[in-house]
Every structure is written in C-alpha cells, then in structure tokens.
Design a protein around this ligand. Structure first.
Ligand code: NAD
Length: 287
C-alpha cells in the first residue's frame, strides 16, 4: 500500500551532522512482535514518519515489515535502532549491526544508538568507533547514544573527536533532566526523550489534568506538547489505535510559557528506568 499523508510536514530538528530527524516519532518498546506490524502501520497511517526500535525489543523484523508493506519511499521514513549492551565492542558491533539490518530489511539506517553506556564494561568508545566506520561506509546516516551522562559524553567526545548527534534519555515531567539538557545544548547534541509520558503514570497528575482542561486537549497531548516546546525529540508509545492518533495530533495548539513552567516544576527526580552509571543488563563478563 502506498499512503502519502501530510506527515512530511512533521516539524524536524537539524542534527549536528546536517541530517534531519522528525521531532515526533513512534516508540515500540514492549510492543510484542505480534502487535508490532499493526501498531507501526497505524502510526504510519496517521502520519508518523519516525520509528524508534532496538535490537533488544525483539520486534525489528516486524517494524521492518510494516514499513516495507506500507510502501513509502525510503527517504520519507526515519528509522532508529539501538545496539544492545551484550554486543558492545568493535567487531561485535559490526556483526550486531548486520543482524539488525537483516531483520529490519534495510541497507541504510538513519540513526544508530548505543543503547546504554555500561561504564563498567568500558567498551562504549570502541563501540562508537565501529559506528564511525559504518557511517563512513555510508550504511548509517547519523550516530548517537542513549542513556549517557555528562561524564560518558565527555569521554566519548574526547576520545573519538566526534559529538554524537543525539542522546536519547529518560525524560518526563517528574524527571526533567535540566542539567543534561543544558549540556546537550552547549555541545549541539539533540535531546531525545524516552518514556516521555512517564510510561503513562504522569497522565493523571493534577497539574497535567488541569492544563488539559484549560487547553481542551488530552493529558498525553499536553505532555507531548511540553516536550516539543522544550525542544526535545519525543517518541511516545502506544498500541491502541486511537491513542497512536491522539499522540500525533499535537501540532495545532501551543502551551503558554506559564503552562510550560508549571509542568517543568513537577520535576522530583523521579527516575523510573535504569541508572546509566550502574546498569549492566545483558553484560555477564564483568569483573
Ligand atoms: P511512554 O512514556 O511513551 O508511555 C507509554 C504508555 O503510556 C503506553 O504503554 C500507555 O500505557 C500509555 N499511553 C500512551 N499514550 C497514551 C494516551 N494517549 N492516553 C493514555 N495513555 C497513553 O513509555 P515508553 O514506551 O517507555 O517510552 C517510549 C519509547 O521510548 C519506547 O517505546 C522506546 O522506543 C523508547 N525507550 C527507550 C529507552 C532507552 O533506554 N533508550 C527506554 C525506554 C523507552
């Protein structure tokens, strides 16, 4: 099926390598393979043109199939995947990349991310060197990281001479990451927000609900709008068709600066995912 919508008009961010990423994408963490084709197809139908997956999500093949069946020209859809922790290291990264590409059914990837730094394994610099090699071969458009702290970024930039285009980090109204966002801005790294809705928990927050009532929008739309107005790239997830559509319908209203500030003031340091300093998930050969 070829289905062209106005989505080419999704606002985008110019990355520090000159490539462009849509500001709003569709995340597929915890989307089971047997639901992924339907969810991604629905997302493409309502206009998303950016899909965020990862090797560890176990749905790259289904994401690739949905995109292929939908039939858009390759350059109209932006695809991100991530290297899993167990594959860090130069040679293993090259192999893992080939596996992801075979599953996705692609010969070119828009954005490849190191999923977690796993500082105890001490392999993220070599991993990024492999990313640089793949990029110089023209197999990846842009290379970035996920869950990196300022210290990890400083070391990566210092040792490779390359500033990652994106750091995809946990970021939602109760965990606003102001310091890391300021560092990104200084270095020209785009901030991409994962669990942007706090995995749904923040939709019931009284401040969010009140602003939703004031604006005549839903709590999810208010939070996604807050991300967009902060300048974040944002990748909400849902498998429910009406919510997939609702989460994309955020380009025809604006929050006031006061509303933005009220949402930012909900920050309580409420990390809901792993801690980048200590997370070693998937790596079993540590000292
Ligand atoms: P999210 O904040 O996007 O929340 C998703 C949940 O919110 C849904 O499962 C649903 O319960 C609820 N929801 C979504 N839209 C709704 C709506 N309109 N109304 C009511 N409820 C709604 O959480 P997430 O999936 O953890 O994060 C989004 C994406 O970020 C992931 O799919 C993945 O692509 C990425 N991610 C990356 C990392 C990483 O380490 N890099 C970690 C987690 C997630």
């Amino acid at each position: 099926m070829t289905f062209k919508s106005e989505s080419s008009a999704t606002p985008s961010v110019v990355l520090n390598d000159g490539n462009v990423i849509p500001k709003l994408g569709f995340g597929v963490f915890q989307v089971p393979p047997d639901e992924a084709v339907a969810a991604v197809t629905k997302a493409l139908e309502v206009g998303y043109r950016s899909i965020d997956t990862a090797a560890i999500y176990g749905n790259e093949a289904e994401v690739g199939r949905a995109i292929a069946d939908f039939g858009l020209p390759r350059d109209e859809v932006y695809i991100t995947t991530k290297l899993w922790n167990s594959e860090q290291g130069y040679d293993s990264t090259l192999r893992a990349f080939d596996e992801s590409m075979a599953k996705l059914g692609l010969d070119y990837l828009d954005l490849y991310l190191i999923h977690w730094p796993v500082p105890r394994a001490d392999r993220y610099v070599d991993t990024f060197r492999a990313f640089q090699a793949l990029k110089s071969q023209g197999r990846i458009g842009s290379i970035g990281v996920s869950n990196f702290t300022v210290d990890h970024l400083e070391r990566l930039i210092g040792e490779t001479g390359e500033v990652p285009v994106v750091n995809q980090i946990e970021l939602h109204p109760t965990f606003t990451q102001a310091e890391l966002r300021a560092y990104h801005a200084e270095k020209g790294i785009a901030t991409e927000a994962w669990s942007p809705l706090g995995q749904g928990a923040e939709l019931k927050d009284p401040t969010i609900v009140e602003i939703a009532q004031q604006t005549g929008r839903t709590p999810a739309q208010v939070i996604i709008r807050w991300h967009l107005q902060l300048g974040n790239v944002v990748i909400p997830k849902s498998v429910t068709p009406s919510r997939i559509a609702e989460n994309f319908d955020v380009f025809s209203f604006e929050l006031t600066s006061e509303q933005i500030e009220r949402i930012s003031a909900l920050d309580s340091g409420n990390r809901i995912g792993g801690d980048p300093e200590t997370l070693t998930l998937g790596v079993d050969d540590l000292d």
